[in-house]
Design a protein around this ligand. Structure first.
Ligand code: PEP
Ligand code: MG
Length: 578
């Protein structure tokens, strides 16, 4: 039995066999397979060799045509290496005798092969780069295969991965994946957000879970405590099965408040909206007692498929959400691509620092066709429901004005084409960069609403990468500087009569609810599974109590004092939440 501690990002307990996904290209863990799986590994190796050979032949022929036979000869060398019987025999031997996966065999054999090259005369030693190249090609074939397998799962599994790419996350097989554990990631990485939205128990930031477990091992994922247990003994297994039953009972007890209004004991109304990534989640929001969508992360439409979505695809997705929501509010955020929500492979120019790079609204401004396609679809859909448009990652007034101007242009184009759209669609912005929070009084003159994105606001205020497990303990909304910015935005909203909601993960974390209410926040947009718990707490407190909490918090100067005080307060009102 092996117990690992990580960051619990999506609650619940999952117990199932492990499916280990090798998602990292060059670090291939030495992973053993069961003897009965050897034949399958040998077949995977043979397929990878054959496909790599086809690739090389076509590359050689194309290079010869374009650049001449001399340059094309490099691929002849690769082909000769790949077809070398002795080398192929070494791969097979490694699988047969060491019981490892095909990718482990390829990585292991080619790395020692590379070392042998380095011992040779210079002319050969220089060719070590070609050995690495062959290794990469073969590994890509093999890893590509295991990625494909992910969509073809038959039985229930818990998925262990280094991390998931956004497109893998967007295509997660919800039917068979009971739980998720990753080596990388933080509390608000895209993997964490999607797992929570889908209600899949998840733990991230485990560092080495993929090298600690073998495919087929029984694994427990405890998303509440952030613990993963590999190969548990019988008493531990039984204990977790009981714990799982208790959690289900707690969930069921929350069903009782689902259809009741979110009103405090002293009669203050609070609005609870849902965050969604996929149109189908709109139903879940209603099922959990949400009264609208406060954040539709439309970039997942993009991430879930290979090609750019067309205007019709955007339009269909938005109408699907509106059909479910009726006249309830739906806030559509324009594409927030880039940084962690864009595979670097798909970015034409890889960036050294993508979180500070061409992401989000900046990316849209540089890809005007893509941006306008989405705006057209949103405006057309505006005729079918209660839509608002929200721009992400706004950092300056000029940027906001530019986004609004483009929206107006698109509106005029549609009118010229005789397509009717609503001219009074509310326009809002995410406040998720410190510059926007600090200048919120000016921004308030130019928008209809603010939505505070604490995931990015924390990241940019504290200089902590939200997806990096190595700095995850530094990522906290309880930092007084972060709280100061949030307070400032809520105040600006009150002063200028601009609606303010909060849609970062912090809004769904029960320890912050009292504090945020006390600061004056009245609209929360959270992952749908968090809605019932939040509602139960709101119905159990008074605004007077919340204000006292906020006043007390403003006297503390460290995040640890704040968090322990807040936990204590919530525990007194709703002990079962912990
Ligand atoms: C945020 O930054 O808080 C937010 C809600 O947006 P995302 O997590 O999609 O970046
Ligand atoms: Mg954000």
């Amino acid at each position: 039995m092996d117990i690992r501690k990580g960051i619990g990002v999506s609650p619940g307990v999952a117990i199932a066999q492990a499916f280990v996904l090798d998602a990292e290209e060059l670090h291939i863990p030495q992973r053993r397979v069961r003897p009965e799986a050897i034949a399958e590994e040998l077949q995977r190796l043979a397929d990878a060799l054959a496909r790599s050979q086809e690739e090389l032949i076509s590359l050689r022929d194309r290079t010869a045509q374009r650049l001449g036979t001399e340059l094309a000869a490099i691929f002849d060398f690769h082909l000769a290496l790949l077809n070398d019987n002795t080398l192929q025999e070494r791969f097979r031997d490694s699988i047969n005798k060491e019981f490892v996966t095909a990718e482990s065999a390829v990585a292991g054999v080619l790395r020692s092969y590379a070392k042998e090259f380095l011992q040779m005369p210079q002319e050969w030693a220089d060719r070590v780069k070609d050995v690495y190249d062959i290794e990469k090609r073969l590994l890509r074939q093999l890893i590509g295969q295991s990625r494909e397998n992910l969509t073809k799962l038959r039985g229930d599994v818990v998925l262990l991965a280094r991390d998931l790419t956004p497109s893998q996350t967007a295509n997660l097989n919800r039917e068979h994946i009971r739980g998720l554990a990753t080596d990388a990631g933080g509390r608000t990485s895209h993997t964490a957000i999607v797992a929570k939205a889908l209600g899949i128990p998840a733990v991230v930031g485990l560092n080495d879970v993929t090298t600690s477990a073998n495919a087929g091992d029984i694994v427990i994922i405890d998303g509440n405590r952030g613990v993963v247990i590999i190969d548990p003994d019988q008493p531990t297994l039984e204990q977790h099965r009981q714990y799982e039953r208790r959690l289900v009972e707690f969930e069921q007890s929350l069903d009782l408040v689902r259809d009741l209004p979110a009103v405090t004991l002293d009669g203050h109304e609070v609005t609870l909206l849902g965050n969604i990534e996929f149109p189908e989640e709109a139903l879940t929001v209603l099922g959990k007692g949400g009264t609208g969508i406060g954040l539709y992360r439309t970039e997942f439409l993009y991430l879930g498929q290979e090609t750019e979505p067309t205007e019709e695809e955007h339009y269909k997705a938005y109408c699907q959400v509106l059909e479910v929501m009726g006249d309830r509010p739906v806030t559509i955020r324009t594409l927030d691509l880039g940084a962690d929500k864009y595979t670097q492979k798909r970015s034409a120019i890889p960036e050294r620092n993508p979180f500070l790079g061409c992401r989000s609204i900046r990316f849209c401004f540089q890809n005007m066709g893509l941006f306008k396609t989405q705006l057209r679809a949103i405006l057309r859909a505006s005729m079918n429901g209660n839509i608002s448009v929200m721009f992400p990652l706004i950092t300056s007034i000029m940027e906001l004005r530019q986004a609004k101007m483009i929206l107006r242009d698109v509106m005029e184009d549609l009118e010229d084409e005789g397509i009717h759209v609503r001219s009074d669609v509310p326009i809002g912005m995410m406040v998720e960069v410190p510059s926007a929070a600090l200048q919120c009084n000016d921004f308030a003159e130019e928008v209809d609403f603010f939505s505070i994105g604490t995931n990015d606001l924390i990241q940019y205020t504290l200089a902590v990468d939200r997806a990096n497990e190595r700095v995850a303990p530094l990522f906290t909304g309880a930092n007084p500087a972060v709280l100061g910015l949030i307070k400032q935005v809520i105040r600006a909203g009150q002063r200028h009569d601009v609606d303010v909601s909060l849609c970062g993960e912090m809004g769904g974390e029960i320890e912050y609810t009292l504090l945020l209410l006390g600061m004056g926040l009245r609209t929360f947009s959270v992952a749908p599974p968090s809605i019932p718990e939040l509602k139960k707490l709101i119905r159990s407190v008074t605004i007077e109590h919340a204000r006292q909490v906020a006043r007390r918090v403003s006297t503390f100067v460290t995040d640890t004092e704040i968090l322990s005080y807040l936990r204590d307060q919530v525990r007194q009102v709703m002990p079962e939440a912990f």
